[in-house]
Design a protein around this ligand. Structure first.
Ligand SMILES: [Zn+2]
Length: 103
């Protein structure tokens, strides 16, 4: 119903059920354009190193990532509920994060 829409709505957040705070996560080394978009809160950057569960979207409101491409690599709790809480581990997207988290 909105007048201008650049892209299809992302999936609604599994936690709050809204899609207005949901942004796609970009993987790969960010371009200047991607960094600017991230500063504006339009996207979330996954970083140069792609690994782990590779969630597709992030919700700024809940501070979570969801839409796992490889849910089998998520922790048991994350896989069951379907999202990762960022506040539980801010530095989750590092290249050291190859091992599964403790339950
Ligand atoms: Zn949310």
């Amino acid at each position: 119903m909105a007048g201008k829409q650049r892209k299809p709505d992302p999936e609604p957040c599994p936690k709050c059920g809204q899609s207005d705070s949901v942004v796609p996560i970009l993987y790969g080394c960010p371009t200047r354009e991607a960094e600017t978009a991230a500063e504006r809160g339009e996207v979330s950057l996954g970083g140069c190193v792609v690994g782990d569960v590779d969630p597709t979207y992030a919700c700024h409101r809940c501070d979570i990532s969801f839409g796992f491409q490889r849910p089998e690599l998520a922790g048991a709790e994350e896989a069951r509920r379907g999202w990762i809480e960022h506040r539980e581990g801010r530095e989750q997207f590092t290249d050291e994060e190859a091992q599964p988290a403790d339950p």
